[in-house]
Design a binder for this molecule. Sequence first.
Ligand SMILES: Nc1ncnc2c1ncn2[C@@H]1O[C@H](COP(=O)(O)OP(=O)(O)O)[C@@H](O)[C@H]1O
Ligand SMILES: Cc1ncsc1CCOP(=O)(O)O
Ligand SMILES: [Mg+2]
Length: 269
Amino acid sequence: MSQSPQELLAALRAAPPLVQCITNYVAMNIAANVLLAAGASPAMVSDAEEAGEFARIAGALTVNIGTLSSPFVSGMRAAIEGAQAAGKPWVLDPVACQATALRRRTAADLVALKPTIIRGNASEILSLAGEASRGQGVDGRDSVTAAEDAARWLAAQTGGVVAVTGESDFVTDGARAARIAGGSPYMPMNTALGCSLTGLCGAYAAVADDPFDATLAALAHFAVAGRRAHEGAQGPGSFAPRFLDALHAVTPEALGAEAEIRALESVGA
Ligand SMILES: Nc1ncnc2c1ncn2[C@@H]1O[C@H](COP(=O)(O)OP(=O)(O)O)[C@@H](O)[C@H]1O
Ligand SMILES: Cc1ncsc1CCOP(=O)(O)O
Ligand SMILES: [Mg+2]
Protein backbone atom coordinates (compact mmCIF):
# COMPACT_ATOMS: atom_id res chain seq x y z
CA MET A 1 0.00 0.00 0.00
CA SER A 2 1.32 3.44 -0.86
CA GLN A 3 2.44 5.92 1.80
CA SER A 4 1.20 9.51 1.57
CA PRO A 5 3.42 12.60 1.86
CA GLN A 6 1.70 13.27 5.19
CA GLU A 7 2.64 9.84 6.56
CA LEU A 8 6.18 10.08 5.24
CA LEU A 9 6.81 13.56 6.69
CA ALA A 10 5.52 12.31 10.05
CA ALA A 11 7.94 9.36 9.84
CA LEU A 12 10.82 11.63 8.89
CA ARG A 13 10.17 14.02 11.77
CA ALA A 14 9.73 11.13 14.24
CA ALA A 15 13.11 9.61 13.35
CA PRO A 16 15.31 12.02 11.35
CA PRO A 17 17.19 9.89 8.80
CA LEU A 18 20.94 10.16 8.35
CA VAL A 19 21.54 11.16 4.71
CA GLN A 20 25.00 10.91 3.18
CA CYS A 21 25.35 13.68 0.60
CA ILE A 22 28.17 13.58 -1.92
CA THR A 23 27.39 16.95 -3.36
CA ASN A 24 29.15 19.92 -4.91
CA TYR A 25 31.01 22.77 -3.21
CA VAL A 26 28.22 25.25 -4.06
CA ALA A 27 25.50 23.09 -2.52
CA MET A 28 27.18 21.67 0.59
CA ASN A 29 26.07 24.31 3.07
CA ILE A 30 22.75 25.11 1.41
CA ALA A 31 21.67 21.48 1.11
CA ALA A 32 22.69 20.72 4.70
CA ASN A 33 20.52 23.58 5.95
CA VAL A 34 17.59 22.50 3.75
CA LEU A 35 17.74 18.95 5.07
CA LEU A 36 17.98 20.11 8.68
CA ALA A 37 15.05 22.51 8.22
CA ALA A 38 12.95 19.77 6.63
CA GLY A 39 13.71 17.37 9.49
CA ALA A 40 16.56 15.16 8.26
CA SER A 41 20.16 14.73 9.37
CA PRO A 42 22.67 15.43 6.57
CA ALA A 43 26.35 14.50 6.43
CA MET A 44 28.63 15.57 3.59
CA VAL A 45 31.01 12.60 3.44
CA SER A 46 32.75 11.97 0.15
CA ASP A 47 36.34 10.71 0.44
CA ALA A 48 36.79 7.22 -1.02
CA GLU A 49 38.58 6.02 2.12
CA GLU A 50 35.43 6.42 4.23
CA ALA A 51 32.50 6.96 1.82
CA GLY A 52 31.67 3.25 1.44
CA GLU A 53 31.81 2.62 5.18
CA PHE A 54 29.60 5.65 5.83
CA ALA A 55 27.04 4.58 3.22
CA ARG A 56 26.48 1.37 5.14
CA ILE A 57 25.40 3.28 8.26
CA ALA A 58 23.44 6.06 6.53
CA GLY A 59 19.73 5.73 5.75
CA ALA A 60 20.33 6.86 2.18
CA LEU A 61 23.05 8.18 -0.13
CA THR A 62 22.85 11.05 -2.60
CA VAL A 63 25.38 11.55 -5.39
CA ASN A 64 25.73 14.87 -7.24
CA ILE A 65 28.21 15.64 -10.05
CA GLY A 66 28.00 19.45 -9.79
CA THR A 67 31.69 20.18 -9.13
CA LEU A 68 33.12 17.06 -10.69
CA SER A 69 36.67 15.82 -10.13
CA SER A 70 38.45 12.45 -9.93
CA PRO A 71 38.45 12.29 -6.11
CA PHE A 72 34.68 12.91 -6.08
CA VAL A 73 34.14 10.12 -8.62
CA SER A 74 36.21 7.66 -6.54
CA GLY A 75 34.18 8.59 -3.46
CA MET A 76 30.91 8.17 -5.37
CA ARG A 77 31.86 4.69 -6.55
CA ALA A 78 32.89 3.58 -3.05
CA ALA A 79 29.72 5.02 -1.53
CA ILE A 80 27.40 3.45 -4.11
CA GLU A 81 29.04 0.08 -3.55
CA GLY A 82 28.55 0.48 0.21
CA ALA A 83 24.92 1.59 -0.15
CA GLN A 84 24.09 -1.27 -2.49
CA ALA A 85 25.81 -3.84 -0.25
CA ALA A 86 23.73 -2.60 2.69
CA GLY A 87 20.49 -2.40 0.70
CA LYS A 88 20.24 1.39 1.10
CA PRO A 89 18.61 3.65 -1.51
CA TRP A 90 20.77 6.08 -3.49
CA VAL A 91 19.82 9.14 -5.51
CA LEU A 92 21.63 10.62 -8.52
CA ASP A 93 21.66 14.33 -9.42
CA PRO A 94 23.24 14.61 -12.89
CA VAL A 95 24.13 18.32 -12.67
CA ALA A 96 25.00 19.80 -16.09
CA CYS A 97 25.48 16.30 -17.51
CA GLN A 98 24.95 17.62 -21.04
CA ALA A 99 27.81 20.10 -20.83
CA THR A 100 31.11 18.21 -21.29
CA ALA A 101 32.44 14.80 -22.28
CA LEU A 102 33.56 14.12 -18.69
CA ARG A 103 30.07 14.84 -17.37
CA ARG A 104 28.33 12.81 -20.09
CA ARG A 105 30.62 9.83 -19.44
CA THR A 106 30.42 10.04 -15.64
CA ALA A 107 26.65 10.45 -15.64
CA ALA A 108 26.22 7.48 -18.00
CA ASP A 109 28.49 5.34 -15.78
CA LEU A 110 26.44 6.29 -12.71
CA VAL A 111 23.11 5.61 -14.46
CA ALA A 112 24.45 2.15 -15.35
CA LEU A 113 24.76 1.49 -11.59
CA LYS A 114 20.96 1.84 -11.40
CA PRO A 115 20.17 4.68 -9.00
CA THR A 116 17.07 4.19 -6.88
CA ILE A 117 16.01 7.73 -7.88
CA ILE A 118 17.33 10.16 -10.49
CA ARG A 119 16.36 13.85 -9.93
CA GLY A 120 17.31 16.48 -12.48
CA ASN A 121 16.03 19.40 -14.48
CA ALA A 122 14.50 18.75 -17.89
CA SER A 123 17.69 19.51 -19.83
CA GLU A 124 19.65 17.01 -17.74
CA ILE A 125 17.05 14.26 -18.06
CA LEU A 126 16.89 14.73 -21.86
CA SER A 127 20.67 14.47 -22.07
CA LEU A 128 20.78 11.33 -19.90
CA ALA A 129 18.37 9.71 -22.34
CA GLY A 130 20.64 10.62 -25.25
CA GLU A 131 18.41 13.38 -26.59
CA ALA A 132 19.26 16.94 -27.59
CA SER A 133 19.38 19.27 -24.61
CA ARG A 134 19.27 23.06 -24.46
CA GLY A 135 20.71 23.20 -20.95
CA GLN A 136 23.14 26.00 -20.21
CA GLY A 137 25.62 24.76 -17.64
CA VAL A 138 23.70 23.85 -14.49
CA ASP A 139 20.52 25.67 -15.58
CA GLY A 140 17.69 23.84 -17.31
CA ARG A 141 16.41 25.39 -20.55
CA ASP A 142 13.91 22.76 -21.66
CA SER A 143 10.31 22.27 -20.55
CA VAL A 144 9.40 19.48 -18.16
CA THR A 145 6.83 18.13 -20.62
CA ALA A 146 9.53 17.84 -23.30
CA ALA A 147 11.48 15.51 -20.98
CA GLU A 148 8.63 13.23 -19.87
CA ASP A 149 9.25 10.50 -22.46
CA ALA A 150 12.96 10.65 -21.67
CA ALA A 151 12.12 10.17 -17.98
CA ARG A 152 9.94 7.14 -18.75
CA TRP A 153 12.68 5.65 -20.90
CA LEU A 154 15.31 6.21 -18.19
CA ALA A 155 13.06 4.67 -15.54
CA ALA A 156 12.65 1.58 -17.71
CA GLN A 157 16.43 1.37 -18.19
CA THR A 158 17.26 1.67 -14.49
CA GLY A 159 14.22 0.09 -12.85
CA GLY A 160 14.19 3.18 -10.62
CA VAL A 161 12.28 6.42 -10.21
CA VAL A 162 12.99 9.48 -12.36
CA ALA A 163 11.94 13.01 -11.34
CA VAL A 164 12.02 15.94 -13.75
CA THR A 165 11.73 19.29 -12.00
CA GLY A 166 10.83 22.77 -13.20
CA GLU A 167 7.78 25.01 -13.12
CA SER A 168 5.77 21.89 -12.39
CA ASP A 169 7.40 18.53 -11.72
CA PHE A 170 6.97 15.08 -13.28
CA VAL A 171 7.75 11.75 -11.57
CA THR A 172 7.64 8.25 -13.01
CA ASP A 173 8.84 4.76 -12.17
CA GLY A 174 8.03 3.53 -15.65
CA ALA A 175 4.61 2.20 -14.64
CA ARG A 176 3.19 5.04 -12.54
CA ALA A 177 3.48 8.76 -13.17
CA ALA A 178 2.39 11.98 -11.48
CA ARG A 179 2.69 15.73 -11.76
CA ILE A 180 3.34 18.05 -8.81
CA ALA A 181 2.43 21.74 -8.90
CA GLY A 182 3.58 24.56 -6.64
CA GLY A 183 6.90 26.16 -5.85
CA SER A 184 8.05 29.62 -6.83
CA PRO A 185 9.76 31.30 -9.80
CA TYR A 186 12.36 32.47 -7.27
CA MET A 187 13.51 28.86 -6.77
CA PRO A 188 15.65 28.60 -9.93
CA MET A 189 17.16 32.00 -8.96
CA ASN A 190 18.52 30.44 -5.76
CA THR A 191 21.54 28.26 -6.46
CA ALA A 192 21.63 24.67 -5.25
CA LEU A 193 17.94 24.28 -4.51
CA GLY A 194 17.78 21.44 -7.04
CA CYS A 195 20.79 19.84 -5.36
CA SER A 196 19.07 20.30 -2.00
CA LEU A 197 15.90 18.69 -3.33
CA THR A 198 17.97 15.70 -4.40
CA GLY A 199 19.19 15.47 -0.80
CA LEU A 200 15.59 15.60 0.42
CA CYS A 201 14.64 12.78 -1.99
CA GLY A 202 17.32 10.76 -0.19
CA ALA A 203 15.85 11.67 3.21
CA TYR A 204 12.37 10.53 2.20
CA ALA A 205 13.73 7.41 0.51
CA ALA A 206 15.36 6.47 3.82
CA VAL A 207 11.99 6.40 5.59
CA ALA A 208 9.71 5.15 2.78
CA ASP A 209 8.93 1.62 1.63
CA ASP A 210 8.63 2.74 -2.01
CA PRO A 211 10.98 5.25 -3.69
CA PHE A 212 8.12 6.50 -5.89
CA ASP A 213 6.16 7.58 -2.79
CA ALA A 214 9.38 9.05 -1.34
CA THR A 215 9.99 11.17 -4.44
CA LEU A 216 6.42 12.47 -4.51
CA ALA A 217 6.70 13.46 -0.84
CA ALA A 218 10.04 15.25 -1.28
CA LEU A 219 8.85 17.19 -4.33
CA ALA A 220 5.54 18.03 -2.65
CA HIS A 221 7.34 19.26 0.48
CA PHE A 222 9.43 21.60 -1.72
CA ALA A 223 6.39 22.70 -3.75
CA VAL A 224 4.33 23.56 -0.67
CA ALA A 225 7.20 25.31 1.13
CA GLY A 226 8.13 27.19 -2.04
CA ARG A 227 4.62 28.46 -2.57
CA ARG A 228 4.32 29.54 1.07
CA ALA A 229 7.71 31.29 0.97
CA HIS A 230 6.79 33.15 -2.21
CA GLU A 231 4.03 34.99 -0.37
CA GLY A 232 5.62 38.15 0.96
CA ALA A 233 9.02 37.56 -0.67
CA GLN A 234 10.30 40.53 -2.63
CA GLY A 235 12.86 38.66 -4.70
CA PRO A 236 15.24 35.68 -4.60
CA GLY A 237 17.13 37.10 -1.60
CA SER A 238 14.19 37.45 0.76
CA PHE A 239 12.76 34.20 -0.61
CA ALA A 240 15.72 32.12 0.65
CA PRO A 241 15.24 32.46 4.44
CA ARG A 242 11.46 32.25 4.05
CA PHE A 243 11.90 28.98 2.21
CA LEU A 244 14.00 27.45 5.00
CA ASP A 245 11.42 28.61 7.54
CA ALA A 246 8.60 27.17 5.44
CA LEU A 247 10.31 23.78 5.02
CA HIS A 248 10.50 23.62 8.80
CA ALA A 249 6.99 24.99 9.46
CA VAL A 250 5.11 22.63 7.14
CA THR A 251 3.44 19.99 9.29
CA PRO A 252 2.52 16.54 8.02
CA GLU A 253 -1.15 17.58 8.09
CA ALA A 254 -0.46 20.78 6.12
CA LEU A 255 1.59 18.85 3.59
CA GLY A 256 -1.32 16.46 3.15
CA ALA A 257 -3.76 19.35 2.73
CA GLU A 258 -1.68 21.62 0.49
CA ALA A 259 0.23 19.19 -1.76
CA GLU A 260 -0.95 19.32 -5.38
CA ILE A 261 -0.13 15.89 -6.73
CA ARG A 262 -1.98 14.67 -9.79
CA ALA A 263 -1.61 10.98 -10.57
CA LEU A 264 -1.67 10.29 -14.29
CA GLU A 265 -4.13 7.58 -15.20
CA SER A 266 -1.61 5.56 -17.16
CA VAL A 267 1.82 5.97 -18.62
CA GLY A 268 1.56 8.29 -21.57
CA ALA A 269 -1.48 10.12 -20.17
N1 LIG B 1 9.49 28.35 -12.49
C1 LIG B 1 9.33 27.62 -11.39
N2 LIG B 1 8.21 27.75 -10.65
C2 LIG B 1 8.03 27.02 -9.52
N3 LIG B 1 8.94 26.15 -9.04
C3 LIG B 1 10.08 25.96 -9.74
C4 LIG B 1 10.32 26.68 -10.94
N4 LIG B 1 11.53 26.27 -11.43
C5 LIG B 1 12.01 25.35 -10.55
N5 LIG B 1 11.13 25.16 -9.54
C6 LIG B 1 11.31 24.26 -8.39
O1 LIG B 1 12.65 24.42 -7.94
C7 LIG B 1 13.16 23.18 -7.42
C8 LIG B 1 14.47 22.86 -8.13
O2 LIG B 1 14.19 22.50 -9.45
P1 LIG B 1 15.06 22.90 -10.70
O3 LIG B 1 15.26 24.37 -10.76
O4 LIG B 1 14.43 22.25 -11.89
O5 LIG B 1 16.41 22.13 -10.40
P2 LIG B 1 17.91 22.53 -10.75
O6 LIG B 1 18.24 23.61 -9.76
O7 LIG B 1 18.67 21.28 -10.52
O8 LIG B 1 17.94 23.00 -12.17
C9 LIG B 1 12.05 22.16 -7.64
O9 LIG B 1 11.32 22.04 -6.44
C10 LIG B 1 11.18 22.79 -8.72
O10 LIG B 1 9.83 22.36 -8.64
C1 LIG C 1 26.32 26.85 -9.79
C2 LIG C 1 26.89 25.48 -9.73
N1 LIG C 1 28.05 25.19 -10.39
C3 LIG C 1 28.42 23.92 -10.24
S1 LIG C 1 27.38 23.03 -9.27
C4 LIG C 1 26.37 24.39 -9.04
C5 LIG C 1 25.13 24.34 -8.23
C6 LIG C 1 23.96 23.92 -9.05
O1 LIG C 1 22.82 23.80 -8.23
P1 LIG C 1 21.37 23.53 -8.81
O2 LIG C 1 21.50 22.49 -9.87
O3 LIG C 1 20.63 22.99 -7.63
O4 LIG C 1 20.84 24.82 -9.30
MG1 LIG D 1 20.64 20.94 -10.61
